[in-house]
Design a protein around this ligand. Sequence first.
Ligand SMILES: Cc1ncc(COP(=O)(O)O)c(C=O)c1O
Length: 411
Amino acid sequence: MNDRIHDVNYVRACVKYLTVALFTVTLTSGLSSAQTLSVKDIDSAGLPPGLVRMGSNENPMGPSPKAIGAVHKYVYNVNRYGWYELDEKGMPSSLDTEERLTVALAKVDGVPLPENFDSREHDSPYFFAPGSGNILKLLAIAYLSQGGKEVVEAQVGYVDIAEEAEDLNTAGIPTKVTLVPMTSDYKHDLDGMRDAITPQTALVAITNPNNPTGTLLTFDELRRFVESVPPEVIVLIDEAYVHFVDDANYQSAIPLALEHDNVIVVRTFSKVYGIKGLGLGYAVAGSKILDRMSMYSTGSPSMIAKMAGAAAVEDTAHFEKSRQAVKDSKAMMYNGFDEMGLEYIRSQSSFVMVNVKHDSETVSDEMWRRRVRISDRGSDHMKGWIRVSAGTKEETQVFLKTLRTVLTKLL
Ligand SMILES: Cc1ncc(COP(=O)(O)O)c(C=O)c1O
């Protein structure tokens, strides 16, 4: 019965996949690059036709087909809670959702787990939530909601924690936010962030690679920073975009979270794994932080999200395809921006910041009038900048063509 599902959406998604693949083959097999597409030709995974969405750092290749398969398979088990029963040989049956995801992740993250890992018996360095944004919020509540605390973040950075802190202020819980300006090459100023720590500082938030600038801190820079801050200050390292880092020698900060009980690394399934709509994020940290967050947690992700997540992690083909699509799109953007004489920041992430040399809000509005969505990032610190998420080759082509049209019109 499970094998005979005729889900209309699933069939539509498959047709879309094939169409995009055919398009790509055609494009790369001889059509002149002058023969450009228009927004009407775009039919992206997960969106209505005639729309280019390059503002939200989503995976343009769609979800992992293996994750889709897991959703189809486990949808028949949703009458059950996600914990498992042991079979007659004492082995876990197929509903071992937490273990399944933990073991799949530990393998790729290089996190050591006890043999025959069982979350009921063993401490786990993994914490799951319905999105990494939920984990950031939990951290803010767990460490700032007592009042009188301070948080340090980069200016320009993701500032999700800073926004949570502002919400606490609005709710009458005094919380100080210190935003430390970036270095001249758009990186976190780690020395400045260390200097901003006071006895009231509870949390320092770092996004690596950074959002929106796409710049990267090395493992050694992060290690030196962690070793130099007071041990009671929690250091959050948000690695939402770590899978897109180009440098083959780059090392994740997860070992720092395993070694230091004041470090937490947070990641998401919304980016390279392409399953934002299922809601899944995770953290790696020691029991001191995880126990404290757990006190405030309101529940874990659904069984479907966890099983789809495990399948996505194991789908190395989709992972590589997604990474390559981002790389190709960024290369097209760099070329296009060079041709247009625009300044941009080479990105280690799945998006690129570019200075459009006009009011960025006007440019964003003009782009959207033409059904091309990008993210306006203009501010006092980065006047005229927009952030463009990687898209498929076709989306990127239409984005560049539209940007050229808009900037010509605004001259
Ligand atoms: C740096 C960063 N952290 C966290 C998140 C939240 O991701 P999620 O979709 O898992 O809530 C995002 C989303 O764009 C992000 O850019």
